[in-house]
Design a protein. Structure first.
Length: 278
């Protein structure tokens, strides 16, 4: 791989591109974030030559973006994992995905829902059968992803929130799940809400709404980037588009709801999915 050192030593963009040299390098980071960590699996996923993949993995390791963890001594084989420096690229992956979805595959409009036939919807439903990397659940779980919910008296929704299609309804969705929590529990299924909000904001909302289940903060973008979940940006923060996953006890996704245009109705639909999967 021919490397050209960036000439602008004071430009962060130029220096970053000196590490992330081409589109294959971005895709390597994307797939490793998604849990594809071994050489042969990466080659199959990407369709890149062994030489090109070897060069990019070596360069990313040399730059401290990746670290190697041996899983076989004879012959020597490694998992390639993101370092903290590499995890710093997760917001970049999320931003690239949002930009590509909106401005390359779409018309540039900011929406929080997608058409059922869109590429974004196909990507979401293709998660069925996919194991969530580095994620643990103790029992079958519904993970419902929502843009943002706030307790009264706290910092409220970003300006223009009500004008974003599909952004409203997070409180209704959460309280509807709360009302059906016993029905899910009777089927052996737990409930967890997920947002990119700060943990303190989620704790305040859970207390206000008296939710009988936890809310999880993906403020660091690890779930969003690893699963390439649909997001949009509002108020300077990446937000989840409304989506729900039924996950089994080994963190494998068994069902996907997306797009979710009826926050309350989606809970009834998910309960029916749980009953049908039992």
């Amino acid at each position: 791989m021919r490397r050209v050192e960036p000439v602008d030593a004071d430009c962060g963009i130029a220096q970053a591109l000196g590490v992330l040299t081409d589109w294959w390098t971005f895709l390597v980071v994307r797939d490793i974030a998604g849990g594809v960590t071994r050489f042969d699996a990466l080659q199959r996923e990407l369709g890149v030559s062994r030489r090109a993949l070897t060069e990019r993995l070596a360069a990313l390791t040399d730059h401290g973006v990746l670290r190697r963890e041996a899983y076989s001594q004879r012959p020597p084989r490694y998992d390639y994992l993101l370092t903290p420096k590499g995890e710093g690229l997760l917001p970049v992956l999320i931003a690239l995905q949002d930009w590509g979805t909106r401005h390359v595959m779409g018309d540039g409009s900011l929406t929080a829902t997608s058409a059922p036939t869109s590429a974004e919807a196909r990507r979401a439903h293709a998660l069925t059968g996919h194991r969530i990397p580095r994620f643990t659940v103790e029992a079958p779980t519904v993970l419902y992803f929502f843009p943002g919910a706030f307790a009264p008296g706290t910092q409220g929704h970003p300006p223009g929130w009500g004008d974003i299609p599909g952004a409203a309804g997070c409180t209704l969705e959460s309280t509807t799940y709360a009302a059906h929590a016993e029905a899910f529990a009777a089927l052996g299924v737990r409930i967890t809400g997920v947002s990119t909000q700060r943990p303190d904001q989620l704790e305040a909302f859970a207390a206000y709404a008296k939710l009988p289940f936890p809310l999880l903060s993906d403020q660091d973008g690890k779930l969003a980037a690893s699963l390439r979940l649909p997001t949009f940006r509002a108020g300077g923060t990446d937000r989840f588009k409304r989506l729900s996953l039924l996950v089994d006890a080994d963190a494998t996704i068994r069902a996907v709801q997306f797009p979710v245009t009826d926050p309350a109705g989606s809970v009834t639909e998910m309960l029916a999915l749980v009953k049908g999967s039992g």
